[in-house]
Design a protein around this ligand. Structure first.
Ligand code: FE
Ligand code: CA
Length: 511
């Protein structure tokens, strides 16, 4: 049986290793830590990347190398269950994806990689189990490097969930900001935060740039700890490629041609794959690449439908700027889609055949509506979110209302924690409640617009809780009797040692 004490001791020792090894020589290869993901009942993906010079392209010579791994039942790595060799090369940035099959459901496993004289940190992972009585799932997103440390990830690693769901903005593509405190009025409040560390280049566009940016983010010890503590299931949002991109359309089509954006998207997909414990590499047969991110996972009473709402999305109509856009007639085009037709049909099928107590849509943006101006004739909305795709949203709400058991929608993107009811007519809070939408706040990205959210609360009675001032993540406990969402918040985002506390807990029955 897994002992948290033992694991923390083991991971603490392992996390100490990279820094110590680096002090002796620059050739330590596991500078980016380890990770696991795509947990199934009998399989999991183990990840690492050889990167002796992580911020400068990785530092490995071109060519094929082999990395050894071991999987054990104990954190001390004595009871070996499996070992093997995985080949990798410069073609995939010397990243390693080892698929381990033949495992048992609902079991903890420990793993480690070996290359030359180097040993990686030890990771802990866990297989899924549809028969588990309870599921403990962390939800994270939006971890801008510059505006905060990752105390939330330290806290998440200590919790050791069954799985971590990351719904995007794992990196940000932008350039370098000046260090120091920011304190200025915005949206009716004082906006206060601190740029505590800096990006390693100007805005990124090439594969080398994206690799170096992932390496920068993954150098953080608390992010490494969260990856080493539990399997992750991941789907990107916009900043892994370009702010507010949609399908093959970039944020600023006047500044990059469609060919340039297609190449950039390919590079971004490739680097994302190289740094994530996911099952399949991108297909480069497609213009711009194609990367399988959406998929279904089952943890005890929770059936998780992880969605990809960027890659197959139609471009935002009526603009995607913020603060807010007034609605325009084009919004009612039924062909507008967040997911594309194939993924929508897949989701409908998943909902229809699920026998789970909780049916979860884990995806990027807010699903529930939000009006930023209390004026029924001219309500302003964020049209990069589901408010910009109301016809498809209604199709999904109608499906959830059919007889889907306890629909729960998880969101990120907006850097603001929230608990929101989704009604049959989402704009009419008097209509029947259909689903709960819990949004995680950001790990470290700033919610500059939290004053505007607060000012508009009265116009949004379906919103039971909203907090854009604090950084943090969600702990979701899908239990036999109820689902509870715990809103964890970081006391001081400018300190990696910050306390992390529970702001509030909301169960489905409370809403
Ligand atoms: Fe974000
Ligand atoms: Ca986003």
């Amino acid at each position: 049986m897994f002992s948290r004490r033992l694991f923390l001791a083991a991971s603490g020792a392992a996390l100490w290793l990279p820094a110590a090894a680096r002090a002796q020589s620059d050739k330590y290869h596991f500078t980016l830590g380890v990770a696991s993901g795509a947990p199934r009942e009998t399989s999991v993906i183990l990840w690492t990347r050889l990167a002796p010079d992580p911020l400068n392209g990785g530092g490995m010579a071109d060519g094929l190398v082999h990395v050894r791994y071991r999987v054990c039942s104990d954190a001390a790595m004595r009871k070996e269950l499996r070992s093997g060799l995985v080949a990798t090369s410069h073609v995939k940035g010397h990243s390693v994806h080892a698929r381990i099959d033949g495992l048992e459901p609902g079991r903890e496993y420990f793993y480690q990689f070996y290359y030359g004289q180097d040993e990686s940190p030890i990771g802990r992972t866990k297989t899924a189990d549809r028969n588990a009585r309870e599921a403990r799932l962390a939800v994270a997103n939006c971890q801008a490097w510059e505006t905060g440390y990752y105390a939330g990830y330290r806290d998440m690693a200590e919790w050791t969930p069954d799985a971590v769901i990351h719904v995007g903005d794992y990196i940000y593509e932008g350039g370098v900001s000046p260090l120091g405190k920011v304190d200025r009025p915005y949206g009716g409040v004082r906006l206060q935060y601190e740029v505590v560390r800096q990006h390693n280049s100007e805005e990124i566009t090439t594969l080398r740039d994206y690799r170096n940016r992932y390496a920068l983010y993954r150098s953080d010890p608390h992010l490494q700890a969260a990856h080493a503590a539990a399997p992750w299931i991941v789907a990107m949002d916009d900043h892994e490629v370009d702010n507010n991109w949609a399908g093959m359309v970039p944020q600023d089509p006047d500044k990059q041609t469609s060919a340039e954006f297609a190449l950039r998207r390919r590079a971004a997909f490739q680097a994302y794959y190289e740094h994530m414990p996911i099952e399949l590499p991108p297909s480069m047969m497609e213009l711009g690449g194609e990367l399988q991110m959406y998929g279904a996972y089952r943890f005890g009473p929770a059936h998780i439908n992880l969605l990809d709402t960027r890659q197959y999305r139609s471009d935002q109509v009526c603009g995607d700027g913020f603060p807010g856009e007034p609605p325009c007639d084009d919004l009612l085009n039924p062909d507008l889609t967040m997911t594309g037709k194939v993924q929508e049909a897949w989701l409908m099928e998943q909902l229809k055949k699920s026998d789970a107590r909780y049916n979860v849509l884990a995806q990027q943006t807010w699903f529930a509506p939000y009006d930023y101006v209390d004026d029924p004739e001219n309500n302003k909305r964020n049209l990069d979110q589901w408010d910009g795709y109301p016809v498809q949203r209604q199709r999904i709400i109608d499906a959830l209302a059919q007889d889907v058991s306890n629909p729960v929608i998880l969101s990120g993107d907006w850097h603001c924690a929230a608990a929101m009811m989704v009604h049959k007519d989402p704009d009419n809070p008097a209509s029947a409640p259909v689903a709960r939408n819990f949004a995680a706040t950001s790990i470290s990205s700033i919610c500059s617009w939290h004053g505007r959210i607060e000012q508009a609360r009265d116009a949004n009675p379906h919103v039971k809780y909203a907090n854009g001032r604090d950084r943090g993540y969600l702990r979701c406990i899908a239990g036999e009797r109820d689902w509870t969402t715990v809103f964890r918040t970081v006391a001081n985002a400018a300190s990696p040692d910050s306390a992390v506390n529970t702001a509030t807990e909301i169960a489905l029955k409370d809403m």
